[in-house]
Design a protein around this ligand. Sequence first.
Ligand SMILES: NC(=O)c1ccc[n+]([C@@H]2O[C@H](COP(=O)([O-])OP(=O)(O)OC[C@H]3O[C@@H](n4cnc5c(N)ncnc54)[C@H](OP(=O)(O)O)[C@@H]3O)[C@@H](O)[C@H]2O)c1
Length: 259
Amino acid sequence: MDLGIKGKMAVVAASSQGLGRACALELARAGCTVVINGRDPGDLEQTAGEIRSETGAKVIPIVADVETAEGQLALIGAVPQVDILVTNNGGPPLRDFRQVDRTALIAGVVGNMIAPIELIQRVIDGMVARRFGRIVNITSGSVKMPLAGLDVSSGARAGLTGFLAGVARSVAHANVTINFLLPGAFETRRLRSSIETAANRSGNNVEAVRASRKEAIPAKRFGDPSEFGAACGFLCSAQAGFITGQNLLIDGGAFPGVM
Ligand SMILES: NC(=O)c1ccc[n+]([C@@H]2O[C@H](COP(=O)([O-])OP(=O)(O)OC[C@H]3O[C@@H](n4cnc5c(N)ncnc54)[C@H](OP(=O)(O)O)[C@@H]3O)[C@@H](O)[C@H]2O)c1
């Protein structure tokens, strides 16, 4: 499917690996110039090379911490205009809510709520003026189905979702959309490390924990990041201009609700 965004300029935060990388790859396949980002220069260069050689797209790697103003300005300033923005970041560590002190609470809110909002504030007026913008926020299935130990993540991301719900309606008239992708369990570094942590804590072996996690998902498997990237590509497409303020759960059926 031609997504109708060839030549557009996309910034994908936190995209040297995992779900962000998958979104960047899909946008590069669609013919966008793509700014990718991470803090580790080696990982970032490697991913930039892989996306370039697979797609032939222009890929601009920016080593930066997306939580800082300098990092955000470097990302946004890497292209003359931002037509597409995918917000993303690492997630807070797994921790019992009783052990989450004020510093950790603030760090979680900065990382998963404030940083995405700041990025959006930096690009949205240009999108409105040009009458095209696609913003996709990578949040988490935990916004709909909280997970014990990831309460900071659930709270900060639900805060982001609520904040942007009104913003989305205020810019829809200008063909600027703001949507949310809610990953369930996807095969990435983050998932592997959370399984290792769970295995260490429970005394079970890693393979047993992996198997039981998969068993709990109706699809009986973890998601492939390319499946996530494809959904992101569609929400950024020209054809998706009438979809805004929506939360798309991609979790193999794990959320048990009707809607
Ligand atoms: N995978 C899942 O199953 C799943 C499920 C629910 C929610 N999520 C959420 O989805 C998001 C992406 O997860 P993932 O699985 O793709 O994680 P991942 O594989 O660990 O990748 C995270 C990416 O973000 C970059 N990054 C982290 N902190 C950054 C920062 N401060 N500034 C710039 N780049 C940063 C990392 O590079 P550097 O480390 O080099 O900076 C890496 O490229 C996370 O917020 C995660 O909590 C994931």
